[in-house]
Design a protein around this ligand. Sequence first.
Ligand code: ADP
Length: 377
Amino acid sequence: MLKAIRSHLGLKLFFSYLVVIVVGVAVLATTVEMAIPRSFDRHLASMGRIMGDMMSGMSGADLFSSYRAAVNESLMVAAAAAFAAAIVVSIFVSRRVVAPIHRMMAATSRIAEGRYRERLAIPGKLQADEMDELAQLAVSFNQMAAKLDQTESMRRELIGDVAHELRTPLSTIKGSMEGLIDGVVQPSLEVYHHIYLEADRLQRLVTNLQELSRVEAGAYRLELKTIGLEDLIDGVIARLQGQYDEKGVRLEKEAEGPLPQVVVDEDRMGQVLLNLVGNALQFTPAGGTVRIIGEDLGDHARIRVEDTGIGIPREYLPHVFTRFYRVEKSRARSGGGSGIGLTIAKHWVEAHGGSLRADSPGANGGSTFTIDFPLPR
Ligand code: ADP
């Protein structure tokens, strides 16, 4: 019995009403017992004086015991009525409070089983300030379920994407190795180089994935320091100039006015710029030009990376920052791209309170990537 009470909110409510009733009746009965005899005697004495002979046949004790019986009867009726009311009120409160909690418990366990589509019905179309605590709890519950649902589908998508990205280089490596083992492929520097490039792609993919998961989870701390915007740009040029010369693409630096001092995490911002200038090289044919343009716009700094390359068709522009997105899958693949670079770059720029956007007039019109980030006051 005690166990049942402990585990049912409805029973707990009912028994708490019962305790209130019992205490109320007990207090009333004790008060009646202690206070009434004296008051009754006093009243009876004054009645006797007024009514004289009329009351001569009745004894005080008889009157008092009939009076007490009447009071006790009334108390019994009142207790029974209160008891019935307690049952009705408990059932009503159970329906209003306990039933929604039960529904919430059932939905929670279904979510725990992985059914993230689960939602609770919100009674009526109530405004936020018209909702009681239970309705507000149901709204929060639904928000939590929606977030879990979204996280779960992102997780599933990520696993699918990663598996897809890993499959191609792995099967190339496996195919080449099998060919070498069976003697179908003759060992040559070219074959080894091919295998090496695929392994290198796998390694870059894993490194990028690690970084993406860290930046998406917010598990990093920016090491901010003050440096000249020009030095940041020069650092990237120094690292990529050789590859530009090799491919025969011109790399130019321009400054619109004096360039400001910026407060950034040099490694991360350098990496963003390296990614943009590296992509520009990858998607610009020999003979083309890539320009890095720095600008001081008062409250923020701007860096544009403009190329005269293959451009990005308008309809693909909004997607280039999406994880694993590549405009031309086969072309980017041959260049070793994983489609994560721009996703990470956008995260890093946003971590600095800035924005990164892509523009292009369309295929073969070249592309421009623009980084804006706030300047220290
Ligand atoms: P990847 O590692 O494949 O280069 P990114 O996230 O850096 O991945 O870029 C995503 C896609 O955006 C590229 O595969 C390419 O299709 C497109 N892209 C990026 N930069 C340029 C550019 N400068 N010119 C044309 N297309 C670009």
